[in-house]
Every structure is written in structure tokens, then in C-alpha cells.
Design a binder for this molecule. Structure first.
Ligand SMILES: *Cc1c(COP(=O)(O)O)cnc(C)c1O
Length: 405
């Protein structure tokens, strides 16, 4: 591998602690490690976060859940100490057996999902002890329009079904906010009201969920989320207390050291963003160093033409590894760090190769490691050039992960 991802266990732990401190001692943080831990390696990050004290880990699907269970066991985290694992995407009927076998907790919101689980539970009964209920988390769609049951009649139908099927236990109720990074956001107010209404119906039906969980990194960060009201964490505590439940927040990108800035407010609204440290340092090897004469072209379509003698380094990383092709040289191009100095990308980023301008950087030779991302080059820098968000840059990282201090 000529490109690899160094994952700092220390920084991942510190970020988890910073998010936990911002959420408050009485609000545990579910660590979201879906999408291969946002490109950071699920099998490496899961055990680190378990050791950091995360009571819950969130993954996308059953495949990730099973992989995580194995990684936790392989890292010597005993079954008793293992966090609970939340499967955040809706389960398909084919997933039921693995959910039960590996004790994975699904987010559900339709009667179809519940019926499939119930049928699987029924056939697995003999091996599961007598009548021990299987926990599910119910998602309320308060405005995200993606997963979740709408408050009102659809919710009442699900609750009525659950009342008749005690083999499935409503352990938690959750929702997802659409605009947590926006200060004084009307949509957030609306989502809070819908969640309160849903919680009212749930308690009226006689359910006593153990946990109510909401939010993401920006929700923990944003101290001025809704007009006239402050942080959604404070709001959550009230909602959970009224239902006799434990409040919990979910955080993903903050664990890896990133967070969208709060929009539409001064920086005073941001509670944790500045305390987060990027966890990944992406490095690649110099494969060769060469001199270019004036007139020489670099890369596909010869988009870069040398106008003076220059020195270039060929680096073993490209878009197959997640290096965005938008970082190719042009009006604004990307750069890497060579011997601690900025070296701009020349020509087009290729599949597995990129050429850097190392003119004036004497200290560079075959086999040296350069920094592609990290040490001051942020996923936000790449995102700006690629016209996307840090999330997509991180999730696109592909390569060998190495755990470092
Ligand atoms: C991905 C996700 C999160 C984590 O969001 P971040 O912005 O990365 O902190 C939380 N909750 C749900 C439902 C998600 O899908």
C-alpha cells in the first residue's frame, strides 16, 4: 500500500470525552461509527470508543454490526463489557436472524419491520430462553422525512401493534433533527413540538421507554438551536424526564474531529467545535522524484505545463483512495505536505497517482511519506475544493488503517 490512514486512538478518545462533557454528565453519548467509522475503520475505532466508555455504538446495517461484534471480541472487550449496538438503517426481513444472533438493536418504524422481527423471534424462541423480549428503538419522523413514523395516526397504529406483541420491547424512542447546525431554526422548533407530541402519545399508551435519544454532533455543539430557546440537549433532558427516561445524544463526525460551524449566530453559540481534533492523518509514499524542463506536461490531457525548470514528486495516491479529482491543479488546486512544506498538486489527480511540485523542497526522496490530509490540511479544505462537506470527504477515504497513539 502506497497510501495509508493513521488513526489516533488518543484523539478519538479525547473527542469522545469532549462531546460527553459538552452533552453533560447525565447525558450519555452514543458513538456513531456507521460508514466504516466515517472512513476511519470500524474495526479499529469501535474498540477504542468502547474503552472510552461509549455505552452504545451506532452502525448502519447488520453487516457492520456483525463486523463490530467480532472486532470488539478480537480486541478483548468481553461480551459483558461490550457496548450495545444500534443498527441505524431500517432492518430488512433477511436481517432478522443476524439481529437476534448477535444481539443487535434495530431502529424500526413500520409494522412490516416489526412483523418480520416478530416472526424471526418466534422461530428462534427455543434458543433464546423463554419469553425474553427483544428490544427495538422506535424512530419518530419529526421533519427529516427519511426514516421514522409520523406522529398521529401512523404512530398510534405502531403503538397499538406493539401493545399486542410484548415479545418486542420499546426500549427507546428517537428522532433525527434536520438543521442542527443552524442557530434559531424554526424547523428545529417544529421538530421539537412533534417529538413532544409523539412522546405524549407513547406515554398515554402506557409505554415507559428506557431511553430517548436525538441529535448529532452539531446538536451538541449548537447552544442556540431554536428561536427563544437554547440548546436542544437542554430540551431533550426535559422531554426524557417527563417520560421517566434516560436522555442520550448521538454523535458521529465530532468523534473524528470535525463539526459544521454554527450558521446564523456568533461563535458564542458553538460549545464544542473548537475542542475537537482531527483523528486521521492520511499519508502516501513518494514513488519517484524527477526534474521537469520548461514545456513539459503533467498528467492526463496535459493540463499542467511547466514554464520553468522544476522538481516534481510522484506520490502513490489517487481518486481510487478517495483523493478527490477536484483537487487537480487549475484555478484553485489541492496540496499536500512534503517535509512539512506545502506542495501543490500538478495536473490531474489520477486513479492511484498524483504529481506534486516540490521545487525548492530539497529534502525529498523516494520512499518518503507525505501528508495528504491531517497536520493542518483538513477535510474542510478538501471539501471546499470538491464543493462538498467534510462528511463526504471522510466517508470516501479508502485504504489500510493503522492505529497510532
Ligand atoms: C449519522 C447520524 C448521526 C451522526 O451525525 P453527525 O452529524 O455525524 O454527528 C446521528 N443520528 C443519525 C440518525 C444519523 O444518521
Amino acid at each position: 500500500m502506497t497510501s495509508w490512514l493513521e488513526i489516533s486512538a488518543g484523539r478519538l478518545t479525547q473527542n469522545y470525552q469532549a462531546l460527553s462533557a459538552a452533552a453533560g454528565a447525565d447525558v450519555p453519548v452514543l458513538a456513531v461509527i456507521k460508514a466504516n467509522a466515517y472512513g476511519h475503520g470500524l474495526a479499529l475505532c469501535g474498540p477504542v470508543l468502547a474503552r472510552a466508555g461509549a455505552p452504545w455504538l451506532g452502525v448502519q446495517d447488520v453487516e457492520e454490526g456483525v463486523q463490530l461484534r467480532r472486532a470488539l471480541a478480537a480486541h478483548g472487550v468481553s461480551v459483558a463489557q461490550q457496548p450495545r449496538i444500534l443498527i441505524m438503517g431500517g432492518p430488512l426481513p433477511a436481517d432478522s436472524a443476524a439481529l437476534l444472533e448477535h444481539n443487535l438493536t434495530p431502529i424500526v418504524w413500520t409494522i412490516d419491520q416489526l412483523e418480520a422481527l416478530h416472526a424471526a423471534l418466534h422461530s428462534a424462541r427455543p434458543t433464546r430462553g423463554h419469553g425474553e423480549p427483544f428490544d427495538v428503538h422506535l424512530e419518530i419522523d419529526t421533519g427529516m422525512g427519511r426514516q421514522g413514523v409520523a406522529p398521529g395516526e401512523p404512530l398510534q397504529a405502531v403503538l397499538a401493534w406493539l401493545l399486542q406483541h410484548p415479545a418486542l420491547r420499546l426500549q427507546a424512542v428517537m428522532t433525527h433533527f434536520a438543521s442542527t447546525e443552524v442557530a434559531h431554526c424554526e424547523l428545529t422548533t417544529l421538530q421539537r413540538e412533534r417529538m413532544e407530541r409523539a412522546m405524549g402519545a407513547i406515554t398515554r399508551f402506557g409505554f415507559r421507554p428506557e431511553i430517548v435519544h436525538v441529535g448529532n454532533t452539531s446538536m451538541v455543539d449548537n447552544g442556540e438551536a431554536a428561536p427563544g430557546e437554547g440548546s436542544s440537549v437542554v430540551w431533550l433532558k426535559g422531554v426524557a424526564a417527563r417520560a421517566g427516561a434516560q436522555p442520550m445524544v448521538r454523535a458521529g463526525i465530532g468523534l473524528y474531529g470535525y463539526c459544521l460551524p454554527v450558521e446564523g449566530s456568533d461563535t458564542a453559540a458553538s460549545l464544542v467545535r473548537r475542542k475537537l481534533l482531527p483523528v486521521v492523518t492520511w499519508r502516501a509514499a513518494v514513488l519517484a522524484v524527477a526534474e521537469l524542463a520548461p514545456g513539459a506536461t503533467v498528467g492526463y490531457n496535459g493540463t499542467f505545463v511547466a514554464t520553468a525548470p522544476m522538481r516534481v514528486a510522484l506520490v502513490g495516491v489517487g481518486y481510487a483512495n478517495g483523493l478527490r479529482r477536484e483537487l487537480s491543479s487549475g484555478a484553485a488546486g489541492g496540496w499536500m505536505l512534503v517535509a512539512g512544506q506545502r506542495a501543490r498538486i500538478l495536473g490531474r489527480v489520477s486513479m492511484n497517482l498524483t504529481v506534486l511540485d516540490v521545487t525548492g523542497i530539497d529534502d525529498v526522496a523516494m520512499g518518503d511519506a507525505v501528508v495528504v490530509l491531517g497536520d493542518g490540511i483538513t477535510a474542510d479544505d478538501h471539501a471546499r475544493l470538491a464543493r462538498t462537506i467534510s462528511y463526504e470527504i471522510l466517508c470516501g477515504l479508502r485504504g489500510t488503517h493503522r492505529l497510532v497513539e
